[in-house]
Design a protein around this ligand. Structure first.
Ligand SMILES: [Zn+2]
Length: 479
C-alpha cells in the first residue's frame, strides 16, 4: 500500500463525483463487492451507522415505539394487494422462485419495504380501539434492483429503519407522521449537523400508496439535493385492502389509519457530501465514531511520551470522549495526520518530547485546521469545549452554504439559467398542477424537492404556466 495514498484524492472542484468515490474508499468506509450494485460496509463506515442506530434508535424509542422484526420475504399475493403500491415498486423488486431444488408455488419478493407484510399481521393483531395505537419500528435491510448504483446513495441492498404505526383516526396518524418528521429533523440537524428543509412531497413524488408524504431535504456541496428522510401518512388505503379494522368505543367497526417512515444508510452519503472537503471526510463530533485521535510524536524519550499519551487517552475516555491512540510505529506522524484528516476525525492531539517538558499538548481542529496549546491537567475539559465548538461551526458552515446556494426563479428561463450557471435550491411558485411539474423536469432536469412548511412566496404566478398561485416550492437537481 502506498504511504502517500491520502494525497491521491480528486479535488471537489475538479470532479465532485470522483471525489466522493475516492473519499469513501480511502477513508475506509466501504469497498466494492463481488455482487453488482452492492457494497461492503467496512468497520469505519459501519461504526458511523451504529452511531446513527444508537442515537436515532433511542429517539424512536423515546417517542413510544418498540423495535421488532418482520421476515425478509413477502409472498407475491401480499405485495400485489395494494395497487398503487405494487405499481410503484414492481420495476425494482427482486424475486425468489426456487427453494433448494424445488420451484416455489408462489414467488417470494425480497422486501423492498415492509408495509404489506406488516399490514397482514396488523389485521390479526388489532381488534379493539384498546389495541391502538400500534407503534413499531424495525432496523433491517431492503432490496431494490437499481440500474445505476452509487455507494450509500443508491445500492441494490441497503440498510434502514422503517417505522409502521396504526391509529384510530386521521388526526392521530397525521400527528404521528409529523412527529417522526420532526424527530428526523432534530436528529439530522443536531447530530449530523446538516440543515434540512421540511415539507410535503408533491403528488407525483409521494410514496406509492400514501395519502401524503413528508420529507426532509438536504443540500450537498455540489449543489444537488438529497432526500434525507421521509414520513408517510398512509391514510386508510392499506387498512381497506388488508382489512385492518377495530371496534370503536361504540362497538362499531372502523378501519385504522396508518403511517410509515424511514431513513437509510443514505444519511452517511449525506454526511460525506454536506461536510467533506479536499482533505477528505469532516465528521461532526456528535456522530464521529472517533472524536479525538492522539498521535504521539516519538523520538529518543518515546517511552515517556507513549506513557503520557496512554494516560491522556484514559483520562479522555473517562470523561466520555470517544478517543483513540495511534501508536502504530510503522507510520510517521505526518502520514498519520493525513490519514485521520481523511477519516474526518474532528480533533487531533499531538504530543511530543518538547510538549512533555512543558506539561502540554497541541490540539488541531479538523474543521478549521487551527492549532491550540493546552495544559495536560485540564485537557479533557478543553477537549470537550472544543468538540462543542466544532459541532456548532460545522453546522454553521453547512447553513451558510445553503443560504448562499438558494436562488429565486420567476419563470422557466430564469430557472434554467440558474441551474446551468450555479447550483443549489431554487425557490419558485407552482400552481400544483402535475403538467407544470413534468414540464419543468423535462426542460431543466430539476424536480420539486418539497413544498416547504415555511412558505415564503417569491412571486404571484406559477413558474411554468403563469397561473396565479400562493404555493412556493423548492426545485433542485437531486440524487
Ligand atoms: Zn402551472
Amino acid at each position: 500500500m502506498s504511504k502517500e495514498f491520502v494525497k491521491e484524492i480528486t479535488a471537489q472542484s475538479e470532479d465532485f463525483s470522483q471525489w466522493y468515490l475516492d473519499v469513501i474508499l480511502k477513508a475506509g468506509l466501504v469497498d466494492y463487492s463481488p455482487v453488482k450494485g452492492c457494497m461492503v460496509i467496512k468497520p469505519y463506515g459501519y461504526a458511523i451507522w451504529e452511531q446513527i442506530q444508537n442515537i436515532l434508535g433511542q429517539m424512536i424509542k423515546d417517542t413510544g415505539h418498540d423495535n421488532m422484526y418482520f421476515p425478509l420475504f413477502i409472498p407475491e399475493s401480499l405485495l400485489q394487494k395494494e395497487v398503487e403500491h405494487v405499481e410503484g415498486f414492481a420495476p425494482e423488486v427482486a424475486w425468489v422462485t426456487q427453494g433448494g431444488q424445488n420451484e416455489l408455488g408462489e414467488r417470494l419478493a425480497i422486501r423492498p419495504t415492509s408495509e404489506t407484510i406488516v399490514c397482514a399481521m396488523l389485521a390479526d393483531w388489532i381488534q379493539s380501539h384498546r389495541d391502538l395505537p400500534v407503534l413499531l419500528n424495525q432496523w433491517a435491510n431492503v432490496v431494490r434492483w437499481e440500474k445505476s448504483t452509487r455507494p450509500f446513495l443508491r445500492t441494490t441492498e441497503f440498510l434502514w429503519q422503517e417505522g409502521h404505526t396504526a391509529h384510530a383516526n386521521y388526526r392521530e396518524a397525521e400527528d404521528e407522521a409529523l412527529l417522526m418528521l420532526d424527530t428526523y429533523t432534530d436528529f439530522v440537524q443536531r447530530y449530523l449537523a446538516i440543515p434540512v428543509i421540511k415539507g410535503q412531497k408533491s403528488e407525483k413524488e409521494k410514496f406509492a400508496g400514501a395519502l401524503q408524504t413528508y420529507s426532509i431535504e438536504a443540500l450537498m456541496k455540489d449543489g444537488k439535493a438529497l432526500q434525507a428522510g421521509t414520513s408517510h401518512n398512509l391514510g386508510q388505503h392499506f387498512a381497506k385492502v388488508f382489512n385492518i379494522q377495530y371496534s370503536n368505543a361504540q362497538g362499531v367497526l372502523e378501519y385504522v389509519w396508518q403511517t410509515s417512515w424511514g431513513v437509510s444508510t443514505r444519511l452517511i452519503g449525506g454526511l460525506i457530501m454536506a461536510h467533506g472537503d479536499d482533505r477528505g471526510l469532516k465528521l461532526p463530533p456528535e456522530i464521529a465514531p472517533i472524536q479525538v485521535i492522539i498521535v504521539p510524536i516519538l523520538a529518543n524519550n518515546s517511552k515517556e511520551v507513549l506513557q503520557t499519551a496512554n494516560n491522556l487517552a484514559q483520562q479522555l475516555q473517562q470523561a466520555g470522549i470517544r478517543v483513540q491512540l495511534d501508536d502504530r510505529d510503522q507510520y510517521r506522524p505526518g502520514w498519520k495526520f493525513n490519514e485521520w484528516e481523511m477519516k474526518g476525525v474532528p480533533l487531533r492531539i499531538e504530543i511530543g518530547p518538547k510538549d512533555l517538558e512543558k506539561n502540554q499538548l497541541v490540539l488541531v481542529r479538523r474543521d478549521t485546521g487551527n492549532k491550540t496549546v493546552a495544559q495536560l491537567t485540564t485537557a479533557s475539559s478543553q477537549v470537550q469545549e472544543l468538540l462543542i465548538k466544532i459541532q456548532t461551526n460545522i453546522y454553521r458552515q453547512a447553513q451558510e452554504f445553503v443560504t448562499s446556494h438558494t436562488f429565486i426563479a420567476k419563470n422557466i428561463t430564469e430557472l434554467k439559467q440558474i441551474l446551468d450557471n450555479q447550483t443549489g435550491y431554487v425557490q419558485a411558485m407552482w400552481c400544483e398542477n402535475q403538467e407544470c411539474e413534468l414540464q419543468v423536469k423535462e426542460q431543466t432536469r430539476a424536480t420539486i424537492r418539497n413544498i416547504p412548511f415555511n412558505q415564503q412566496p417569491v412571486s404571484e404566478s406559477c413558474i411554468c404556466c403563469g397561473k396565479p398561485t400562493r404555493t412556493m416550492v423548492y426545485f433542485a437537481r437531486a440524487y
